[in-house]
Design a protein around this ligand. Structure first.
Ligand code: BG6
Length: 369
């Protein structure tokens, strides 16, 4: 039930902190990740895996892309992300040491189910991340990590996305533990960061209360671009997808480093560009590079909305608007940065008078190939 909310989507966005908290519940014990549901995928099996292929569609695939950065970085195993419907048609290389991880909110997406079946028949180990108990995909997988986001009714996925990322991060930290690739201090730090996310998400919801006004003056816009780099890149893709789905506006997400290789040609005066800015504390020095991207597009007349760490003074002179997010380690910032984009898509669709729970032409779960 919607309760007092104007739409399921608005209610489900408000539940993003709980979706993460409930997905973590019982899975961190005495400072260690505990996933008894992995069953046959024992620590020995997981220590021996030499490649991971994540398969999913839509929003779930963007959660997978974000998870791939975390798993590779923490567990030092190569991770490839494939759209489910592309996966089995490329004659993929699968061995008994390949772990295929499917991600699906509904557990019924036919493209993903078929890919899971193909992976199992090809001899891969198959793990699924799913939000729906007893659905088809978990039944055909060796093991399941359930996300506990609660029922998601709105067609566009929001709270399931943050829960999927949480499950992938738990998996990444578990793999790092069994493979011995992070020190005890690094493990403890990342587990602390993960556990701090629900409270920070609650802060983001409060800080995002003015996004409705922002969306108001953009209701007539025909195109919105999203730029992000590294872990900000999947956030850019997710922000663009939400806007297409809900507001029927042309939207594209780009890797910020790619800007000069093509997309900058799209920038003309008035073009709205959301930029997901890495933390100025990020040791990889991506922050100055993204700030310089902002200067480049600003110089060509773009209207820039920056999603940046609270207190990041470097973006202020160049952004038309800054949406602040709480401080977190770089790997965890995207879980916070995505929420304003969910809200923006909701508000823009609302400003256009559209049905946010049931966008045209879309279904919550696509059970045909
Ligand atoms: C699409 C939905 O059809 O399926 C998206 O419109 C969703 O919102 C995608 O992300 C995948 O669905 P699922 O249930 O497999 O996560």
């Amino acid at each position: 039930e919607k309760g007092g909310w104007s739409s399921f989507m608005r209610k489900e966005i408000s539940e993003e902190p709980d979706a993460v908290a409930n997905t973590l519940l019982g899975r961190v014990v005495d400072g260690a990740v505990v996933l008894p549901e992995l069953g046959a995928l024992t620590p020995e099996v997981l220590a021996d895996i030499d490649r991971i292929v994540i398969i999913a569609c839509g929003t779930a695939a963007y959660a997978g892309l974000l998870g791939s950065y975390a798993i590779e970085s923490w567990a030092r195993v190569p991770v490839q992300v494939e759209l489910s419907h592309e996966f089995r048609y490329r004659n993929p290389i699968i061995t008994p040491r390949t772990l295929v991880v499917s991600i699906s909110q509904s557990g019924e997406t036919m493209d993903t189910l078929m890919a899971v079946r193909f992976a199992a028949e090809s001899g891969a180990r198959v793990l699924s991340i799913c939000n729906t108990q007893g659905s088809s995909i978990p039944r055909e997988s060796e093991a399941v990590i359930y996300t506990h986001a609660g029922p998601e009714v709105a067609v566009a996925s929001t709270k399931a996305f943050v829960a999927q990322v949480t499950a992938l991060y738990l998996l990444g930290l578990h793999l790092a533990t069994v493979r011995g690739t992070l020190s005890p201090a690094e493990l403890a730090h990342n587990i602390d960061e993960l556990q701090a996310i629900p409270a920070k998400l609650a802060d983001v919801l409060v800080a995002s209360e003015d996004i409705g006004q922002l969306a108001g003056w953009m209701a007539d816009t025909r195109s919105v671009l999203f730029l992000g780099r590294n872990v900000g890149y999947p956030v850019a893709l997710e922000g663009a997808l939400k806007l297409k789905e809900l507001a029927y506006i042309h939207a594209e997400g780009f890797a910020a480093g790619e800007l000069k290789h093509g997309p900058i040609a799209l920038i003309e005066p008035g073009q709205i560009v959301f930029v997901i800015v890495p933390s100025p504390r990020d040791p990889s020095s991506l922050h100055p590079k993204v700030v310089s991207n902002i200067q480049e597009i600003r110089a060509r007349g773009a209207r820039v909305i920056a999603i940046a760490e609270k207190g990041d003074a470097a973006v202020l002179p160049f952004a038309d608007e800054v949406i602040p997010i709480p401080l977190a380690s770089p790997m965890f910032e995207p879980i916070l940065a995505v929420v304003p984009l969910h809200i923006f898509a909701l508000e823009l669709a609302t400003a256009k008078g559209l049905d946010v729970d049931q966008p045209r032409n879309l279904a919550k779960s696509v059970t045909v190939e």
